[in-house]
Ligand binder design. Structure first.
Ligand code: C5P
Length: 218
């Protein structure tokens, strides 16, 4: 595909999702929230009472997923599950099943199918390393764990979901540890990625930095 891709990878709650959708908006490009596919797989497993220890059963769910995305909402079997996906236990379950090679394999073509039209901004953990290795611009977005926990806390509270800051901190660290240490497609910057630390940047500043990198890449 000739469609350019900007990849934005990084740890949990580093602001990837928000930054990716703002950058896509600015450029008039499509956006792929790859984490949503892992969360949707986790939710489908939960709904169908699939044992998350059974790699092949989970991969089957990933393969058979009936999902679509529209106007920032995520649908599973035509039902809007956007809010259900944000639950902390779904995030944890997503990171467990994301370690299964068969699950990652099952979701690969689905992710690459988003590379159409004018351009794509893809966020996740392995966008720059595995899914879109030829992307002309790769960002690895980091932020210290304290600011990430605070952001996630605010996100949940704003959505009316109750949350506990110190629990969130523990969850974030557990998820990062698993994502970083798994054998397949671990969380790590691509060799040609720009490392961008957003700890002391606003969303606007972070978005502008990404757009600046893109302008310079032309
Ligand atoms: O980004 P988000 O928090 O929604 O992702 C949920 C989980 O899905 C992550 O903790 C990670 O384990 C997994 N994931 C992944 N590869 C991606 C995106 C998400 O392994 N590209």
């Amino acid at each position: 595909s000739n469609t350019p891709v900007i990849t934005i990878d990084g740890p949990t709650a580093s602001g990837k999702g928000t930054v990716a959708s703002r950058v896509a908006q600015q450029l008039g490009w499509h956006v792929l929230d790859s984490g949503a596919l892992y969360r949707l797989t986790a939710l489908a497993c939960e709904q169908n009472m699939i044992d998350s220890d059974e790699e092949s059963a989970v991969a089957q769910q990933a393969q058979a997923l009936d999902v679509h995305f529209s106007a920032g909402r995520s649908y599973l079997n035509q039902v809007d599950v956007t809010d259900a996906l944000r639950q902390e236990h779904i995030g944890l379950l997503a990171s467990k099943i994301a370690a299964y090679p068969a699950v990652r394999e099952a979701l690969l073509a689905r992710q690459r199918a988003f590379q159409t039209g004018k351009g794509l901004v893809a966020d996740g953990r392995d966008m720059g390393t595995v899914v879109f290795p030829n992307a002309p611009l790769k960002i690895f977005l980091v932020a210290d764990v304290q600011s990430r926990a605070q952001r996630r806390y605010k996100q949940l509270i704003d959505k009316g979901i109750s949350a506990n800051l110190s629990d969130l901190l523990v969850d974030l660290q557990a998820r990062d540890l698993r994502d970083t240490n798994r054998a397949v497609a671990p969380l790590k910057p691509a060799q040609d990625a720009y490392i961008l630390d957003s700890s002391s940047l606003s969303i606007d500043e972070t978005v502008n930095q990404v757009l600046q990198y893109w302008a310079n890449a032309q």
